[in-house]
Design a protein around this ligand. Structure first.
Ligand code: ADP
Ligand code: MG
Length: 690
């Protein structure tokens, strides 16, 4: 097959392959195999070695084994539904081959008496005898070559047999002739000089390949680069949108900054500069402001807002929850108090009359700054001249959602996304490569590290004494209940139990919040905690991360080894946001595993979200770290950021070179298609949607 034919072939639907019925196609669909290329990524999970036949006195129970035997006696049941049995022997022993649901004629044909047959299957032991039930293979010994192979094992769906599946994949591998190399010579050399076709065939056929083999690494690199390429293209496209330049002077934002009762950190200043330069430029801003919890992102965003407002454009800020929106709103009122900036809040709770006024004043430009939840972006909100959208992102946005966001304001609208999700270094580019990134790596100087302690659960009496003392000193307490095996129902009952037992001691000074509450009910509880009607707030993991509870400085996290490190770090970030010292107590059940101990130790010794994310990934494997499994955004199916760290580094360099010459991108079209990434870039539009 020539080059372009191979390419077409790979993107054809699976149903164009020959020799398979509707049933198989349905099963493949269940495994999300739709195009022929999808088959390639289902790498074997292991291999069965059939190259050696085993003598019957050397059998191991439970192992898939190939034997060469002759049938000596048939034993067909007189009662239906009982299995048939064939006694077989070699010179060293005997074995029963057992068949369920097979007819006599078939068995006699496939296992003729006194003829050597090669049989492969799993060895069992039953009533003092070896047996094999429904063998995978039975062939006459003169066809030995056929059985004596190393055979790949795939993760199969019920009903899809290995034989059928292998026939499929063999058909495909046979047809993929080599394709013109898309990587530069330099890169190919770094990858060990292996070609694509050779690599993919090897991974399906040769059992000596593991995640570090050069064939595996070649394919992993392809995937990493495809990911970076698509993000790079998104970024370049968005940044090429010419916009009306915003002319501003920094007089307003300077005044705001002077009024803070603290001075900005170096990183905050740098971020403000980067953002200002983007806003002033003739190209659309598409920037991420990344910083750990409590690093002071909000202030940075507000100075950007001030500058945009000063240049006569409107600004919208979207927060993930009502309470957070309200908190931002209150802060904005304070910060902009001495100016004539008109600020309004719009959430699901805003009453109809007020909403109407807001819509009107947005349309005529009287409102300069609108803060709210996602109700900001409903059809009825029509801005007069929207120049900046700021998103305080607590939820995880994937690249597609970010593109949607960029589309929303049209080409004149700058975009600033804030994120506190700590990301291991290797993954930064593949997570956020579509945006320019400003990072705040340092904490405000007056900020003390959160003191983190761990205690076994049976010391709870000591904890109660401790929090009583803290409460008497005017501190409020978060009490986070364990995550029980991902079950919301159990999470809930654990929190209710804890609420009851703490209420016995602290009476009506305890509040409870959990995922089953409605939004409004949650807000009531959170507000009561904010205005100090409660001393203790018991919660499942649902409490909002970004809210400032300046008076809550102790957090107790139960069964802490059930959480991921990054998650624990974010949860504890709820305390210690003000001037007071924050304390976090990690409770654990006795008999912690070594790994669990290690994790708690990391948390106790570090307050750096990025370092913690890195360690978390090393301990748990990368799949879990970013919560991709839950959010359904899985970044990689082949590559592994832990094992292939060096490949990520090579790709970072590679992408810089590729970006230097735009024509280069065309070379990689096939690669993008291969990894299902070709369509993403086309979703970028210039049209305004709000
Ligand atoms: P986050 O990055 O988590 O959104 P915030 O912007 O909410 O953090 O800031 C957390 C707290 O730190 C706020 O109370 C804010 O006023 C304060 N803060 C921000 N920058 C500084 C600074 N440079 N020095 C001291 N405190 C600061
Ligand atoms: Mg925040």
């Amino acid at each position: 097959m020539n080059q372009s034919k191979t390419q077409d072939f790979l993107f054809q639907k699976i149903k164009t392959l020959k020799g398979f019925g509707v049933k198989i196609k349905k099963l493949l669909k269940k495994k999300k195999i739709d195009k022929i290329s999808d088959l390639l990524w289902q790498l074997p999970e292991g291999f069965t070695d059939r190259t050696n036949t085993q003598k019957l006195n050397k059998l191991e129970i439970g192992k898939v084994t190939t034997i060469k035997v002759q049938a000596t006696k048939y034993n067909f049941p007189r009662i239906r539904n009982l299995p048939s049995k064939v006694i077989c022997e070699d010179e060293t022993g005997k074995i029963d081959i057992v068949f369920f649901n097979s007819r006599e004629g078939y068995i006699k044909k496939i296992l003729p008496l006194n003829e050597k047959t090669i049989i492969s299957g799993k060895i069992n032991f039953f009533k003092n005898r070896y047996q094999m039930t429904n063998p995978q293979y039975m062939v006459p010994s003169n066809k030995e070559d056929y059985v004596n192979k190393i055979i790949p094992k795939y993760g199969l769906t019920e009903g899809l047999t290995e034989k059928v599946y292998r026939k499929l994949i063999d058909q495909v591998l046979e047809k993929v002739s080599n394709l013109k190399e898309w990587h530069s010579n330099d890169i190919v050399k770094k990858l060990g000089n292996v070609e694509w076709q050779n690599s993919i065939c090897n991974l399906h056929k040769d059992k000596s390949n593991d995640i570090n083999s050069k064939y595996y690494r070649r394919i992993a690199y392809d995937e990493i680069l495809a990911n970076l390429l698509v993000l790079s293209q998104v970024r370049q496209r968005i940044k090429k949108f010419k916009k009306i330049k915003k002319k501003f002077d920094e007089s307003l934002s300077r005044k705001i900054i002077i009024n803070f009762n603290f001075s900005l950190t170096e990183n905050q200043r740098k971020a403000i500069n980067e953002i200002n330069n983007d806003i002033k430029s003739e190209f659309k801003m598409f920037r991420l402001l990344q910083g750990d919890v409590g690093s002071g992102k909000t202030i940075v965003a507000f100075t950007a807002a001030a500058n945009v407002i000063k240049s006569n454009w409107q600004v919208a800020l979207m927060a993930p929850t009502e309470i957070l929106a309200n908190q931002h709103y209150q802060l904005a009122l304070k910060i902009f108090k001495f100016t004539n900036v008109n600020i309004k809040i719009l959430t699901g709770k805003t009453d109809i009359k007020e909403k109407k006024n807001i819509y009107e004043d947005l349309g005529n430009g009287k409102i300069n700054f609108l803060i709210g939840t996602h109700s900001l972006f409903q059809k009825k909100t029509n801005f007069n001249k929207l120049g900046l959208i700021i998103i305080d992102e607590q939820h995880k946005f994937g690249v597609k959602q970010r593109i949607e966001l960029s589309n929303k304001g049209g080409k004149n609208c700058d975009i600033l996304l804030m994120s506190a999700t700590p990301i291991p270094r290797t993954l930064i580019l593949s997570t956020y490569g579509d945006m320019d990134v400003s990072r705040i790596l340092e904490k405000p100087v007056n900020r003390k590290n959160i003191i983190t302690l761990s205690k076994p659960e049976n010391k709870i009496d000591e904890i109660i004494v401790y929090i009583k003392k803290k409460i008497s000193q005017g501190t409020q307490i978060f009490w986070v209940c364990p995550l029980i095996e991902e079950s919301k129902k159990l999470d809930y009952s654990a929190a209710v139990e804890k609420y009851k037992s703490l209420s016995n001691i602290f009476k009506d000074r305890v509040g409870l919040i959990h995922g089953n509450l409605k939004k409004d009910e949650k807000n009531v509880v959170l507000n009561k905690f904010l205005n100090k009607s409660y001393d203790i707030l018991v919660s499942t993991t649902v409490i909002e991360v970004g809210i400032d509870f300046p008076n809550a400085n102790v957090i107790i996290i139960e069964n802490s080894n059930k959480f991921g490190l990054s998650q624990l770090h974010q949860i504890r970030g709820r305390v210690g946001r003000g001037k007071e010292q924050g304390t976090c107590i990690l409770l654990y059940k006795n008999n912690l595993s070594i790994n669990a101990k290690k994790r708690l130790r990391i948390l106790k010794s570090s307050n750096d979200g990025f370092l913690i994310a890195e360690e978390d990934m090393n301990l748990r494997g990368f799949g879990d770290v970013l919560g991709y499994q839950q959010s359904g955004i899985k970044l990689y199916k082949i590559a592994d950021p832990i094992h292939h760290k060096d490949l990520f580094e090579i790709a970072e360099e590679d992408i810089k070179n590729i970006e230097l010459n735009e024509n280069n991108f065309k070379k990689y079209n096939f690669l993008l298609k291969l990894f299902d990434k070709a369509d993403i870039v086309n979703q970028i539009s210039l049209e305004k949607t709000i």
